[in-house]
Design a protein. Structure first.
Length: 348
């Protein structure tokens, strides 16, 4: 065998190995560049869209905080308001809250506690100086009145808030291609356009689109506001689980658009970004739901949900521990002020 032929074969083998490596590396490189490009696109879009949702809070911090919080380091709370406003109703300024929840987030434990506050809860409204349904707080004084009322009720600072309307709820569920939920009974509900009986669902575990999920979240005709609150918690958890799954990575564009165009918040984009770690830090997110216990209350024919004082105290303590707040006497002081004001005021 000639030296020339031997060298030729060696060169050909090297070329074949180089081609194989190229076939392996090239798709990985293309995928990596695509991922970086998509990630950059999402970041820029999120910064633009979600920043448009920002509204400046008149207060620098909650009066129940000694100093401003940093969500990258501190445990914080977020008030979630679902208002019964829409383009059809044209009632954004005087809408009531159809869903009201408080999420406390603990950085160290990577945990979230989600408290549902029934819309008919009988509470003291600082804005008007008497007791009535908590859903009325937003109608009387918007976001600020709702924040004050919830802080007075739960005895914890509300650091951030998000306010979404019906369209946001529908669009977000649709953006993640629907959610799986348990429908407890056959129901007929109006849709987001207020068309009566437009949504019909049969009982059972099933996949729901945005309009169907909204109908499930709103219905309470066959059970109670408490059960509705539990369903809303389950729906939010289902949306969160779906949104942080790998299957939804390519849907983030639609999710950002859905949230940003129908939300107002006092969170800046960097502050929102800091919450991503709760779903992506490599450990399981501990997600607990809490319902405020109470009983039916009908003075003069109007229906309210009257909270159990002992159970409320336990919930306040749970939330304060989760936020790592020091022990204070504000709970008893708030209760005393609420009772006194309730005796002097009126209700409807």
């Amino acid at each position: 065998m000639s030296k020339y032929n031997s060298q030729t074969r060696i060169v050909k083998r090297k070329k074949r190995k180089l081609k194989k490596r190229t076939y392996i590396i090239l798709p990985i490189l293309v995928a990596f560049l695509a991922a970086v490009g998509y990630g950059t696109y999402l970041y820029v879009k999120a910064d633009t869209v979600l920043s448009d949702s920002y509204e400046e809070d008149e207060r620098e911090k909650s009066e129940l905080r000694e100093q401003e919080v940093d969500p990258t380091e501190d445990n914080v709370s977020v008030l979630i308001m679902g208002v019964d406003s829409s383009e059809v109703r044209e009632n954004a300024e005087n809408a009531r809250t159809d869903a009201l929840m408080v999420a406390t987030l603990n950085k160290k434990d990577n945990s979230v506690k989600l408290v549902s506050i029934p819309r008919d809860t009988y509470v003291y409204l600082p804005e008007v100086g008497y007791e009535t349904k908590i859903a009325h707080a937003h109608a009387h004084g918007g976001t600020a009145a709702t924040v004050d009322t919830v802080e007075n009720l739960l005895d914890i600072p509300i650091d951030y808030y998000t306010k979404l309307n019906f369209e946001a709820f529908v669009d977000v569920v649709d953006a993640v291609d629907g959610i799986n939920a348990e429908v407890p009974y056959e129901l007929q509900e109006q849709n987001s356009k207020d068309e009566a009986g437009a949504i019909q669902l049969l009982p059972g575990d099933q996949e729901l689109d945005g309009e169907e999920a909204l109908a499930l979240a709103r219905t309470r005709k066959q059970d109670s506001d408490i059960e509705r609150g539990k369903r809303q918690q389950d729906i939010i958890k289902a949306v969160v689980d779906k949104a942080i799954s790998l299957d939804s990575v390519l849907k983030y564009d639609d999710i950002i658009e859905a949230v940003g165009s129908n939300m107002t918040t006092n969170m800046t984009f960097p502050e929102m970004r800091s919450f991503i770690s709760y779903g992506t830090d490599g450990t399981n997110l501990d997600f607990e739901t809490i319902t405020l216990e109470g009983s039916d209350y009908q003075p003069g024919g109007a229906y309210y949900w009257l909270l159990d004082d002992y159970a409320l105290g336990e919930t306040q303590e749970t939330l304060r521990r989760h936020l790592d707040l020091s022990e204070t006497s504000t709970a008893s002081e708030s209760e005393e002020a609420s009772t006194t004001s309730g005796e002097l005021g009126n209700s409807y």
